[in-house]
Ligand binder design. Sequence first.
Ligand code: FPP
Length: 252
Amino acid sequence: MAQAMSFSEKGEKMELSQLKIPTHVSIIMDGNGRWAKSKGMPRTYGHSKGADVLMDICEDADALGIKYLTVYAFSTENWSRPETEVKTLMFLFRKYIKICYGKAMSNNTRVRVIGDKTGLAEDLRESIRVLEEDTAKNTGLQFQIAINYGSRDEMLRGMRRMMQDYKEGKFALEDVDESHFSSYLDTDGIPDPDLMIRTSGEQRLSNYLMWQHAYSEFYFTDVPWPKFDKAELVKALEAYTSRDRRYGKVKA
Ligand code: FPP
């Protein structure tokens, strides 16, 4: 349970009820491998623990009033990790998608997978298809899992479809604006993240939602993903509450 009162980045006392709740939170769940190694365990143990943490964070985010949660589970670059690690992650995704189905149906959660699904095994794609279809009308937390996702890859895939539509005369060049381009991305219809959280000390974007994060607030913590919990999420929300978002304008 998060403390009812703590301190923001500016050192002000803040109660839970004073928190500004972002509509959309995105997370880079980093540090599974390092955390596991620090315990003398294989990296894959960290991923397994990380999957458990993700289940809890979904419920915590929903309870705190966050409407959209997007997590980076596997990047287009992660295929080059050792074969056993990739296999374990794919095994975890299969297991997680099944557990997620039951949870999403009882919690009214809509689940979508973003990324290039054509690169995934047929059975995993099928479970994802069923999960997405059966939760499509759920109105609670809108939960996105990025698997085989890379921002540059997403933009190129979108651009190819957009050029095809142009060739077929579906729009004119003057129609191309930010919202038109956004509609070709995997996140079509999902608002941009307000807050991006990265765990485990690294401070970079790693090809994650680069278009969508244009005006997001970034929060970095040294806590590794397997140790992230509701209290840590609340700390990130406190930091967000104390930020001054100007979107390139000057304050009125
Ligand atoms: C980064 O930590 C984490 C990943 C590449 C995988 C994220 C996966 C999970 C949290 C678990 C499974 C997710 C689902 C949706 C079931 P890292 O291994 O790069 O850590 P390191 O930087 O310490 O090596």
